[in-house]
Design a protein around this ligand. Structure first.
Ligand SMILES: [Zn+2]
Length: 399
C-alpha cells in the first residue's frame, strides 16, 4: 500500500512539534538556528514561533551575539506555561509532585504505604492525585507514574508488582477515567533513568546511558540514542531477579539467589541480621534489635567488620551483574542511584572493580560508573518527562 499523503493539518502539527522540541532542548535559541537545526524554512519557523508565543509556551528573552549583521532575538520555553504530575510509587511511601516544563518541582505530597494491600495502594494514588490536580498549578497536561514491577507501558498496565499485590492492573485506564488526562505508566527504574538522562549532568540527546537503581529492589533503565529501550516485554533492565547465587536465599519473586537477595538495601539489612551471631566483634551484633540501614551505615563508617563483609559482598555482586549489561550493550556511562549509594566511594569503587574484573578488559576500561544526581526526584521527573518527550502535542491547547 502506498504511504498516505500527510494532510495539511498533520504537516502543521509535525512542524510545530519539531520547532517546540528544538526550543525545549536548548536553553535559548534564535529563529535562524531553529531553521538550521530543523531544516524548515525561515518563514515556516517564524509562523510556528508566532503561534507558540500566542499560546504562551515560548517567549523572547533578549538578544544573542551578532555574527555580523543584526543580533538575533533569542527564544526560550516558558517554564511555567504547563505542568505535569510525576509519581514515584516507592517501597514504603508514595510521592507525587507537580513539575514544570523545566523539571522544577513545585509541590510535593507523600504518604506512607502499606505494601501488601493492593486496593489500599490504589486509593492512596487517588488521594495524592486528587490533591495535586486541585492545586494552584494550572494547566496540568498529563500524569506520569513510575511503579516497581513489570509494566506494559503501551497499554498502561502494571503486569506484575509483587510487593504491591498488583496483577494486570489497568492503571492508565483507571486514572484516565478519573482525571481525564493523558497517563503514562513506567517501571520505576526506567523512569529514574529518564530523569537522570534529561535532568542529570552532561547528557546529550543522542547519548547512551544505563541507570541502575539499587534500593529495596534493583533494576536498570537503558537509554539507547537518547530513547528508553524497554525490550519486547517491557522488562529490559530487570537485573534484580537474575540468579547470581546457586541455592541462595529465597527471593520475594519465588526464585533463590536473585541479585536482590544479596545487593539490595533490603538484603543488606537481612544479611547483617542473619550473620550477626558469627561476628561477636561487631557493634551491630551487640544490638540485633536495632539493625537498620542507618545503623549499618554508621557501622560501615567505623569499619565495622560485619558491615564491611555485607556491603562489600553487595557491591561485588552488583558489579558482576553490571558486567553482563556492559558485555551485552557496551554502554560506557553507568549511573547508580537509590538507597545504597549512601555507602559512598568505597562501595562505588568495589562495584566498579567487580565490573572490570568480570567484563572484557578493553570494554571495561572505557566504562565509567558514577553516582546519580537526583535521588528520589529522578523517578518523578523521569515519569513526567517521558510523556512529554514522547508526545509534544500534550503542550498544545486542544482546539
Ligand atoms: Zn527474585
Amino acid at each position: 500500500m502506498p504511504p498516505r499523503k500527510a494532510t495539511h493539518q498533520q504537516t502543521k502539527q509535525h512542524n510545530r512539534d519539531l520547532v517546540l522540541k528544538t526550543i525545549f532542548s536548548h536553553e535559548s535559541i534564535s529563529r535562524a538556528e531553529i531553521a538550521r537545526v530543523t531544516k524548515l524554512t525561515r518563514a515556516t519557523v517564524s509562523d510556528m514561533v508566532a503561534n507558540l508565543v500566542d499560546e504562551g509556551l515560548v517567549e523572547e528573552i533578549g538578544y544573542g551575539e551578532s555574527i555580523g549583521g543584526k543580533a538575533p532575538i533569542l527564544l526560550s520555553l516558558v517554564a511555567d506555561a504547563r505542568y505535569l504530575v510525576g509519581l514515584n510509587l516507592a517501597q514504603d511511601k508514595f510521592i507525587g509532585s507537580v513539575v514544570n516544563l523545566l523539571g522544577e518541582i513545585k509541590e510535593t505530597v507523600e504518604f506512607p504505604v502499606d505494601e501488601s494491600d493492593g486496593e489500599q495502594a490504589l486509593q492512596l494514588i487517588y488521594k495524592i492525585l486528587d490533591q495535586l490536580t486541585e492545586s494552584e498549578w494550572k494547566p496540568i497536561v498529563g500524569i506520569g507514574i513510575g511503579t516497581p514491577g513489570l509494566v506494559n507501558t503501551r497499554e498502561g498496565v502494571v503486569v506484575n508488582a509483587v510487593n504491591l499485590d498488583w496483577q494486570d492492573l489497568p492503571l492508565a485506564r483507571l486514572l484516565e477515567t478519573r482525571y481525564s488526562l493523558p497517563i503514562t505508566v513506567l517501571n520505576d527504574s526506567q523512569a529514574t533513568a529518564i530523569g537522570e538522562f534529561v535532568y542529570g549532568d552532561g547528557h546529550h540527546s543522542e547519548d547512551n546511558l544505563i541507570v541502575v537503581t539499587v534500593k529495596h529492589g534493583i533494576g536498570a533503565g537503558i537509554l539507547i540514542n537518547g530513547s528508553l529501550f524497554q525490550g519486547d516485554g517491557g522488562g529490559a533492565g530487570e537485573i534484580g531477579h537474575v540468579v547470581v547465587q546457586e541455592n541462595g536465599t529465597l527471593c520475594r519473586c519465588g526464585k533463590h539467589g536473585c541479585l536482590e537477595t544479596v545487593a539490595s538495601a533490603r538484603a543488606v539489612v537481612q544479611r547483617v541480621a542473619d550473620l550477626a551471631s558469627e561476628y561477636s566483634n561487631s557493634e551491630l551484633a551487640n544490638s540485633p534489635q536495632n539493625i537498620s540501614l542507618d545503623a549499618i551505615e554508621d557501622a560501615w563508617g567505623e569499619n565495622d567488620p560485619l558491615a564491611q563483609k555485607v556491603i562489600f559482598d553487595a557491591a561485588f555482586a552488583l558489579g558482576k551483574s553490571i558486567a553482563h549489561l556492559v558485555g551485552a550493550l557496551n554502554i560506557q556511562k553507568i549511573v547508580l542511584t537509590g538507597d545504597m549509594v549512601r555507602f559512598g566511594e568505597s562501595w562505588l569503587r568495589t562495584v566498579q572493580e567487580a565490573m572490570s574484573d568480570a567484563a572484557l578488559t578493553r570494554i571495561a576500561q572505557d566504562t565509567q560508573i558514577e553516582i546519580g544526581k537526583l535521588e528520589f526526584r529522578g523517578c518523578i521527573l523521569g515519569a513526567s518527562a517521558f510523556m512529554l518527550l514522547k508526545d509534544y502535542s500534550l503542550l498544545f491547547t486542544q482546539d
